[in-house]
Design a binder for this molecule. Structure first.
Ligand code: IPD
Length: 279
């Protein structure tokens, strides 16, 4: 199984690079960044998101015809978002679509691969930075390219940087809760709060020790599947925003180095968006 999985992962890395090249080229062409909207007027999608997802799925289907897919844009087009025990590719073709539209320089291709409902490996290609983050479920096989993993051992939350995002839900009650959590965290006080504009890159920032924790309510499984294994294999922990075990379909996540996680969880004003796998 080990070699089989390595072969699949090698393909994921290759196709992520190919997809990243398409994204970089599209950035130079205004037409490829024309905006359409999804769940709200600030939930953006472009033809490039759709094109890149198609490219990844077609390439995988050719090599692994029995594998299944959960892709952000396929789900937006009406496909079910159901994780089975079958080998499944969980794809966000452009994580950070708003960044892509505005040329804000953090845009990632995110690919998680699951078997028996467990993420086996994750590939996050931050394609404008040209940084490839990969990890496999088995610790000895954790790999990164182009950068050093400098996982943070800070346990005093007052010395931490926390990453989060504002998401794309602008309902008053949701915005209130997001600001309430942010206020609590700033008041700890922490050294700073940051957000790259992509969940996948935020998780890689945790894995690389650039931030001590990342939390968000409102993410989707395709935003965090790959990052989840990258964080865990770097030595980090994943948790639900109310402190229980993480559920990647729940749209709630905390990813942290061990030291700061407990402090963050108690400051988050939690809420529950509709699950990704809701019928
Ligand atoms: C979004 C980004 C953003 C996060 C949202 C995600 P998308 O993904 O990861 O940082 O705040 O929750 O949906 O739409 O750019 O693929």
């Amino acid at each position: 199984m080990d070699d089989v999985l390595q072969n699949i992962m090698d393909h994921a890395v290759a196709v992520a690079r190919e997809a990243g090249q398409v994204v970089r080229e599209a950035l130079c062409d205004e037409k490829q960044r024309d905006v359409m909207t999804k769940s709200s007027t600030v939930d953006l999608v472009t033809q490039t998101d759709q094109r890149v997802e198609h490219l990844i799925i077609q390439s995988v289907k050719k090599k692994f015809p029995t594998h299944r897919f959960i892709g952000e844009e396929s789900v937006a087009a009406g496909e079910a978002c159901v994780l089975t025990d079958d080998p499944t590719w969980i794809i966000d073709p452009i994580d950070g679509t708003t960044n892509f539209v505005h040329s804000f320089p953090f845009v990632a291709v995110s690919i998680g691969f699951s078997v028996d409902k467990k993420i086996q490996f994750g590939v996050v290609y931050s394609c404008l930075e040209d940084k490839m983050f990969t990890a496999r479920r088995v610790k000895e096989h954790s790999v990164t390219e182009n950068h050093l993993m400098l996982f943070s051992s800070i346990s005093d939350v007052r010395r931490s940087i926390i990453a989060t995002e504002f998401g794309s839900n602008r309902e008053t009650e949701t915005v209130e809760k997001i600001f309430s959590s942010l206020r609590n965290i700033l008041n700890i006080p922490v050294h700073g709060v940051r957000g790259a504009g992509t969940a996948a890159v935020n998780m890689c920032l945790v894995a690389s020790g650039c931030v001590e924790a990342y939390y968000e309510v409102g993410v989707h499984v395709w935003d965090v599947a790959a990052g989840s294994v990258i964080v865990e294999e770097a030595g980090g922990v994943l948790m639900d925003v109310e402190g229980g075990p993480v559920d990647l379909m729940s749209r709630r996540i905390v990813a942290a180095n061990n030291g700061t996680v407990a402090h963050i969880v108690k400051e988050i004003d939690a809420f529950s968006p509709t699950r990704d796998d809701a019928p």
